[in-house]
Design a protein around this ligand. Structure first.
Ligand code: C5P
Length: 218
């Protein structure tokens, strides 16, 4: 029989970047490809979970058996995450933009040959932190942390700040963002488990086996 320790569990995954509109033709974005989040959604489905994947703009196909909801902006992602509750496990892999344009211009901003237009920013909602204090908080709430230095130290601080159970920290000083491989440190209140550099689908399977050990059967 197949190894399906997450059978009957609802797993919510966010993935990809967000796009924050400036005007109808321009946006603020980041280098996230969505590959790690999609691999995690796939690994969760393979272990038998009912998976909802809320994806920012990416060029990836939907893993088999996964329900995918596409969004553009952080605020849209937040709304879809709340709609997808309740969930047993939530894994927030998306590289949500920290800031959006304070005002979205209704028409394309024109170059008038004079002043350069100012770009005022506003803070986006923190979806992970919102889930951390939500009345339907998932029993296991996992965040990601992209850091370029003091990776584990920063992850430990983030656990408390976001109200989540695990932080999966990766060092993005190299070419992790958009790349095929990843190396991560899974930081929990009990310690740190490091997964050596490997393809993102291998990292995803190891992470989801750990999730299954925490919340699953078998
Ligand atoms: O604070 P920082 O951006 O480093 O936190 C990263 C973690 O928080 C990731 O799990 C990411 O998906 C989540 N996050 C979020 N909403 C934001 C910013 C980050 O869910 N606005």
């Amino acid at each position: 029989p197949a190894h399906r320790p997450l059978f009957g569990k609802r797993v919510l995954v966010t993935a990809g970047p967000t796009h924050e509109p400036i005007d109808p033709v321009r946006y603020i974005a980041n280098r996230s490809s969505g590959r790690q989040g999609f691999a995690i959604a796939q690994a969760a489905a393979e272990l038998g979970a009912d998976v909802t994947l809320i994806a920012g703009p990416v060029h990836l196909t939907t893993p088999p058996g996964v329900i995918r909801i596409d969004v553009e902006s952080a605020r849209e992602m937040l709304a879809e995450v709340e709609k997808a509750l309740p969930a047993d496990v939530a894994i927030m892999v998306a590289a949500v933009a920290d800031w959006r344009a304070a005002d979205e211009a209704e028409q394309k901003i024109k170059k008038d040959g004079k002043a350069v237009p100012p770009l005022e920013l506003a803070e986006n909602p923190d979806i992970l932190a919102m889930l951390g204090k939500h009345k339907q908080r998932p029993a296991l709430l996992i965040g990601f942390a992209a850091e370029t230095e003091k990776v584990v130290e920063h992850a430990q601080a983030k656990l408390a700040k976001k109200g989540c159970d695990w932080i999966v920290a990766n060092d993005v000083s190299g070419d992790v963002m958009g790349g095929a491989n990843n190396a991560v440190h899974i930081v929990t209140k009990d310690g740190v488990e490091s997964l050596a550099d490997a393809p993102k689908d291998v990292i995803a399977r190891k992470l989801m086996e750990k999730v299954a050990n925490a919340v699953g059967q078998d």
